[in-house]
Design a protein around this ligand. Structure first.
Ligand code: FAD
Length: 624
């Protein structure tokens, strides 16, 4: 009999955004990895809008890329409209966003997975976990096959106990067209994790041939085109096409109000809590009843399809109401709906039951990543997947976990928020969640993270060489700016005076000139005798930001250093808080419930005061 490979270092369950990054990361580190998923055709499938990035989310994508992940590269190959959001604001809040061709995105993800050494893919549902003495040792598939591994990562998205709602009708499903994960959900509920229900929704899709674009506002992509991956090139992008903007109106709102009695959300059929920042259209009409119009972005689903994604009208209203509401919108009076909108409710597990490595606190070797942890969004899922896959592989090799702190990355903020505070509603990333925003920019994600990634084996030789070359060029250019002086006899003085508006009174280094708010790096480099400077636009931008914001950046680094002194002091999971004299019963109860791993985590639990943190530190020191 032929043998079938059944023993692995790491098994990843689920081939969505968390699962694919987890599988790639684990395999890059050198772990023998199995990706087990319902359907190979849906690897990297975007369940909702075909877009990657945006504010806070784009930062995560760049961080995944800086750590060798695939999301940014796949988006460069699939993006059909690219924009830099907040381009007129400071660099900390600038963010890249791309509309993606759904099929091209899936193809790019699949190509990467299929060509990744150490990675095998198998199409089957995982129905059960094999757990021995609180340690996971393998999984059982729907047809009874057993696979064994030292670590298992669950990335099952919206599929656990998934229930789809359209009006008052509902049925089981993982997302439209896919089966739910019922057996695994039942098994997980037997384990000691805290479980809850969340919900999310999606709009009806529209046939572009039935839409009148003349009545809408065209929204082209940016020029020059942004790229997502640090190693990406504009030539990686496929053909670019525009999006469109239209609006809801009083009639739309009337139609929606008329259908609320048959809404699963407003009639109590749905119990799960939905994403506050990505509400359904019925939610918007009820919550913002004074607004008589909401913007809708009409986004193409791809280059070779007529389907459109109307971003802003996610709904679970009955289908007849969906038809009427779509037809009330300017340009969509005769629109044909290709797929109804719906909401989905699913199980998620309280992320406070996870360590910062994303390993569960109760079952050794079992990791969770993505929507299963209460987050929403491809980017949040991908970033967690990369971290969980990395740690699953490191655990299999009995190495220390890879932990990313809040001051190092949005990924650190995401994991710390989830594991310390938990979440009651689908969690999405925003720049406002990061206290060290000035340091955690999209543009420097590689500078923040690539070396850390290299240390644990996530970065290929090619990426490492590319990164070092870039850093060297930036440093050399900064040195040149520091040591080149524009004086009264300098050939470029007249041109420089045009930029400064008032003539220079003394000699100035190029670095001093670049620090002035009215002068940009590219303007300086256009001057003969000063330029041409760095050819690579991203490196030039990096020089400019590092020079212009040096003072702010230093101040934020000092602040981090001060906080860091106690941040990493470890608290044992079984620490007896009742023995700490002076702690209130409320604080003791909170610490027992959250089980923080570090003093830093403890300090972020609401109700744990700075005074309580001092008492903890004193107690730890005494035990020392
Ligand atoms: P998914 O992408 O859901 O992937 C899960 C994968 O696991 C799938 O491949 C599935 O087949 C596989 N799987 C599940 N169970 C098993 C099993 N037992 N065995 C084997 N394989 C299994 N995000 C937003 O940011 N904004 C939105 O407005 C938004 N709306 C959404 C609307 C809907 C209807 C849905 C379904 C999702 C929406 N999302 C939205 C969420 C977004 O799709 C997810 O955040 C993201 O896809 C999560 O990635 P993931 O990898 O955790 O899970």
């Amino acid at each position: 009999m032929h043998s079938f490979e059944q023993n692995f270092d790491v098994i990843i369950v689920g081939g969505g955004h968390a699962g694919t990054e987890a599988a790639m990361a684990s395999a890059r580190i050198g772990a023998k990895t199995l990706l087990l998923t319902h359907n190979i055709e849906t690897l990297g499938q975007m369940s909702c809008n075909p877009a990657i990035g945006g504010i806070g989310k784009g930062h995560l994508v760049k961080e995944v890329d800086a750590l060798g992940g695939l999301m940014a590269k796949a988006t460069d190959k699939a993006g059909i409209q690219f924009r830099t959001l907040n381009s007129s604001k400071g660099p900390a809040v600038r963010a890249t966003r791309a509309q993606a061709d759904r099929q091209l995105y899936r193809a790019a993800v699949r190509e990467s997975l299929e060509n990744q050494p150490n990675l095998k893919i198998f199409q089957q549902a995982c129905d059960d976990l094999i757990v021995e003495q609180d340690k996971v040792v393998g999984v059982v598939t729907q047809m009874g096959l057993k696979f064994y591994a030292k670590s298992v990562v669950l990335t099952t998205g919206t599929f656990l106990g998934g229930q789809i709602h359209i009006g008052l009708e509902n049925y089981s499903g993982g997302r439209a067209g896919d089966p739910p994960s019922i057996a695994l959900a039942k098994r997980l509920r037997e384990l000691p994790f805290r479980v809850g229900r969340l919900k999310t929704g999606t709009p009806p899709r529209i046939d572009a041939r039935s839409v009148n674009f003349d009545l809408m506002q065209e929204q082209p992509g940016d020029n020059p085109l942004p790229v997502f991956s640090f190693m990406g090139k504009i030539s990686d992008h496929p053909t670019q096409i525009p999006c469109y903007i239209t609006h809801t109106n009083e009639k739309t709102h009337e139609v929606i109000r008329g259908g609320l009695d048959r809404s699963p959300m407003y009639s109590g059929v749905i119990e799960g809590i939905g994403p506050r920042y990505c509400p359904s259209i019925e939610d918007k009409i009820v919550r913002f009843s004074d607004k008589n119009s909401h913007q809708i972005f009409i986004e193409p689903e791809g280059l070779n399809t007529h389907e459109l994604y109307p971003n802003g009208i996610s709904t679970s209203l009955p289908f007849d109401v969906q038809v009427a509401l779509v037809h009330s919108i300017k340009g969509m009076e005769n629109a044909h709906i290709t797929r109804p909108g719906y909401a989905i409710e699913y199980d998620f597990f309280d992320p406070r039951d996870l360590k910062q490595s994303l390993e569960t606190k109760f079952i050794q070797g079992l990791f969770f990543a993505g929507q299963i942890n209460g987050t929403t969004g491809y980017e949040e899922a991908g970033a967690q997947g990369l971290l969980a896959g990395t740690n699953a592989a490191l655990a299999a090799f009995e190495k220390d976990s890879f932990i990313i702190r809040r001051d190092q990355a949005y990924l650190g903020v995401l994991v710390d928020d989830l594991t310390t505070l938990g979440t009651k509603e689908p969690y999405r990333m925003f720049t406002s969640r990061a206290e060290y925003r000035l340091l955690l920019r999209e543009d420097n994600a590689d500078i923040r993270l690539t070396e850390l990634g290299r240390q644990v084996g996530l970065i290929t030789d090619q990426q490492w060489a590319f990164f070092n070359h870039k850093i060297e060029n930036i440093e050399l250019e900064k040195q040149r700016l520091r040591s080149t002086w524009v004086h009264s006899k300098h050939a470029a003085l007249a041109e420089v005076n045009k930029l400064t508006k008032t003539p220079l009174q003394r000699e100035h280094s190029l670095e001093e000139l670049l620090r002035r708010p009215e002068i940009t790096y590219s303007q300086l480099m256009e001057i003969e005798g000063i330029g041409p400077g760095l050819e690579d636009q991203a490196s030039g931008q990096q020089v400019e930001i590092q020079v212009k914001y040096a003072g702010y950046i230093e101040r934020q680094k000092d602040e981090i250093e001060r906080t860091m002194r106690n941040e990493n002091t470890r608290l044992p999971v079984d620490f007896d808080y009742s023995q700490v004299s002076g702690l209130s019963n409320e604080v003791i109860a909170k610490l027992k419930e959250f089980k923080p791993e570090t003093i830093g985590q403890a300090s972020r639990i609401s109700g744990v005061t700075p005074a309580a943190v001092s008492l903890l530190l004193v107690c730890l020191k005494k035990q020392g």
